[in-house]
Design a protein around this ligand. Structure first.
Ligand code: GDD
Ligand code: MN
Length: 358
């Protein structure tokens, strides 16, 4: 049974790319039942007219938004009027080679519920990129893996070239900001099985990229919004609260062991530190990371050990940074200490999220 496919393509001033794009998409999809939706945000270079003219040759519909701009929201707009059960999203500038589409469809038919064309798995890449673009892309990737744990299994969650089954997505939940529509769909949809298919990110065939610093800020705003919507901000706040409770445990024990058990303060401190690590661990295990506690091969003791290692290494980092900032950079030791505490906090959080409660 052949499901209908809707390919959604956002455009803004892509006049020289439309004809070759449609011809290559049509060739790649011959034999399939499909439609192409061009969602244009009021291009003034003739893109709309060229695309509309080609509607007599290809199954293409042109949707024009007049009062809105933005790649990702354009895709959402297209999704709302798409007819297909299988939805594909790609750029218009031929950086996403249409010839890959049948492989994406095959992955869906083989059981994936979302399939992402990937530059960062074996066989994929972006050979035309210079060093700075490469670095920016990798940094963006690491940030998304850090802040949004559910993207971690996917090597290239930021590509704008992907397909999914429409029934797994509720368009009303899609509230993207900026460019990364794949991230928005992946995190708000119901996906069990996201598969990656390699592709080579080609050179832009004509026209200019619309990427600018504004999109990088939008990316961070978008990540923040997704963190809020997926509960990751709440998790971070819980981790903070647990950390604060640890200070109480630590101080309380230091005081009572010294005052009432007759220990020297530097001996009490050792017990106080370990006790606060353990109490933080138990609270994080039952509260902050309760959703990641169970599963194959996840043992309480192993987690406890990992958390200890993380916290002790965190304390080491804090100490080294304190010395470094104070003696090498000449910063006041109390300010250095605050910076060092902040870095150690982030270290503890990310190691907990990445390793202890993987
Ligand atoms: N409708 C609409 N509105 N389309 C837009 C807009 C807009 O405001 N801005 C860009 N587009 C369209 C372009 O016409 C093109 O078809 C596609 O979106 C991608 O825009 P580019 O400006 O070529 O983006 P890029 O190549 O720099 O970035 C692409 O690659 C990144 C991977 O590194 C995008 O696919 C990103 O999402 C992707 O992360
Ligand atoms: Mn591009």
């Amino acid at each position: 049974m052949a499901d209908t496919i809707s390919i959604i393509i956002p455009t803004y001033n892509e006049k020289d790319n439309i004809a070759p794009l449609l011809s290559r998409v049509a060739k790649a999809l011959s034999g399939y039942s499909y439609e192409i939706l061009i969602v244009d945000d009021g291009s003034n270079d003739g893109t709309i007219e060229i695309a509309s003219d080609l509607a007599s040759r290809y199954p293409v519909r042109v949707i024009v938004r007049r009062n809105e701009r933005g790649l990702a929201t354009a895709v959402v707009h297209g999704l709302k009027s798409a007819a297909g059960e299988i939805i594909g999203v790609m750029d218009a500038d031929l950086q996403h080679p249409p010839e890959v589409i049948p492989e994406l469809i095959k992955a869906l038919r083989d059981g994936a519920d979302m399939v992402v064309a990937s530059r960062y798995i074996e066989g994929g890449g972006c050979p035309h990129w210079g060093l700075s673009r490469r670095i920016i892309s990798k940094v963006a990737l690491v940030i998304s893996h850090l802040l949004l744990p559910s993207t971690r299994p996917v090597k290239d969650p930021l590509a704008g070239f992907f397909m999914f089954r429409r029934r797994n997505v509720d368009p009303a939940k899609l509230k993207p900001i900026g460019y990364k529509i794949s991230l928005e769909v992946m995190l708000t949809g119901r996906f069990q099985n996201v598969v990656e298919v390699p592709y080579i990110f080609e050179d832009r065939s004509a026209g200019k990229s619309k990427l600018n610093p504004r999109q990088q800020i939008d990316y961070l705003r978008h990540l923040f919004s997704l963190m809020a919507r997926t509960g990751e901000i709440k998790r971070l706040m819980k981790f903070c609260a647990v950390g604060l409770s640890g200070i109480i445990v630590n101080q309380g024990l230091l005081w009572s062991l010294t005052e009432f058990a007759g220990l020297r303060y530097y001996i009490s401190a050792l017990f106080a530190i370990e006790a606060s690590i353990i109490s933080n661990f138990v609270l994080n295990d039952y509260f902050t990371f309760s959703d990641r506690r169970t599963g194959r091969g996840k043992s309480f003791l192993v987690r406890l050990l990992k958390f200890n290692v993380t916290c002790l290494a965190g304390a080491g980092i804090q100490y080294v940074l304190l010395l470094l900032f104070t003696s090498a950079l000449g910063i006041h030791y109390l300010i250095s200490n605050l910076i060092a505490i902040a870095v150690a906090f982030l270290w503890n959080y990310f190691m907990s999220s990445w390793w202890t409660w993987k």
